[in-house]
Design a protein around this ligand. Structure first.
Ligand SMILES: [Zn+2]
Length: 381
């Protein structure tokens, strides 16, 4: 396994797609593009995303999630039993239509984000979720590689729509079991294939603690099943534990942020991670990959015995943070985390949703370069 320097610089995963790739993603969705041709275009995107990271001096690289339409609904392409549903299709399906309409009115996620991967049949892996992408990236670079996967709680919560799923899985817990099985297998394969870092994305955990009963959500499917937040967190921790143990000795990460779909910071959730701290403690993950670059994120919460992937740049702004600013953020965080346990990352991806990237590749590259410069300064101290 490759070694990392002190203050390793990495990303949270996604990278803005090229116009060619956006077109290819659209055509694939409409079924007018062959799988072979799509792969060719996506691979060109992977090479571009990798080149940008290598030029900027990133230590732990990703494939930029170039083959995915977004960080979780891409599983619909890979799993039997999952169908992407638009809001209109979901409205058709749910029993409480008036309630669903009312919830949609208060939803703060625009329609682009909510073609929901809904479980409509028995889940079965049709194609690898990520291991083929890892294999390809490995042919291009000798640098350590991070692979991102949607977390088991995120997937279970998105896929569980009782009216559609209940015929196959009696309850959310049963669906969770199936999701855990799929993710465990993939994590095992990734570990065998030489992934240096496996990151699970669970952005909805913040939604559980910050919304306090108000209807703001990342996904419409979740609207159907509102539960006690503590119960949901308990469920999330148990699902995560079973997926993470499949990683063996490979470094694992858990990414939790407050949403990354808008440049208008006021529409995104805000609040410190403090209410999640005791839950984080219970998750056997090596690293917490968190956002800290905007005031919305609040104070740094001690990571206990875990590593901290510290968010030091805002993926949604044009202004490029200076290396000195980034260095100062790291210095402040070092009051809570030992020096050998701190990684530098942006708050979230630069292109979480393919059709709605939060930045241009040019600005994103400059932010990464500022991060590596800050890391160089810190290593010199
Ligand atoms: Zn994020």
């Amino acid at each position: 396994m490759s070694t990392l320097p002190l203050f390793p610089v990495t990303t949270v995963g996604s990278w803005p797609r090229s116009p060619d790739l956006l077109r290819a993603l659209r055509e694939r969705r409409h079924g007018t593009l062959s799988a072979a041709r799509f792969r060719e275009v996506a691979r060109a995107g992977v090479r571009e995303a990798l080149r940008a990271q290598e030029l900027a001096g990133v230590d732990l690289v990703t494939d930029g999630e170039q083959t995915r339409d977004n960080f979780y609904s891409f599983v619909a392409e890979k799993l039997d039993g999952v169908q992407l549903m638009t809001l209109a299709e979901m409205l058709e399906l749910v029993e409480d239509k008036a309630g669903f309409r009312q919830l949609l009115d208060t939803l703060d996620v625009p329609a682009f984000a909510i073609s929901n991967p809904t479980c409509v049949g028995e889940l079965k892996l049709r194609a690898p979720l990520a291991v083929d992408d890892l294999d390809y990236l490995r042919t291009l670079t000798a640098r350590p590689i991070k692979v991102t996967l949607p977390g088991p709680y995120l997937l279970t919560r998105a896929m569980w729509v009782p009216e559609a799923t209940g015929k196959v899985y009696p309850d959310k817990e049963a669906l969770g079991e199936a999701v855990v099985g799929i993710l465990r297998d993939e994590v095992e394969r990734l570990a065998r294939a030489g992934a240096d870092f496996i990151q699970l994305d669970e952005p909805v955990l913040t939604e559980l603690v910050f919304t306090q009963g108000r209807t703001r959500t990342f996904m419409c499917a979740a609207l159907a099943a509102r539960n006690d937040p503590q119960e949901e967190l308990e469920f999330a921790v148990s699902l995560l534990g079973r997926v993470l143990e499949a990683a063996g000795d490979v470094r694992t990460g858990l990414h939790v942020c407050r949403g990354n779909w808008s440049r208008d910071e006021s529409t995104l959730l805000s609040g410190s991670y403090a209410p999640l701290a005791t839950w984080f403690e219970r998750v056997r993950v090596r690293q917490l990959v968190l956002e800290y670059a905007t005031p919305r994120a609040g104070e740094v919460v001690p990571a206990g015995d875990k590593e901290l992937g510290l968010g030091v740049v805002n993926p949604r702004s044009d202004a490029v943070e200076t290396p000195a600013e980034i260095r100062d953020r790291v210095r402040a965080a070092l009051r809570h985390v030992p020096v050998e346990r701190l990684f530098l990352n942006p708050d979230c991806g630069f292109g979480t949703f393919a059709a709605r990237p939060m930045n241009s590749p040019e600005v994103a590259a400059r932010k990464l370069a500022a991060m590596t410069e800050a890391a160089r300064m810190l290593r010199g101290e």
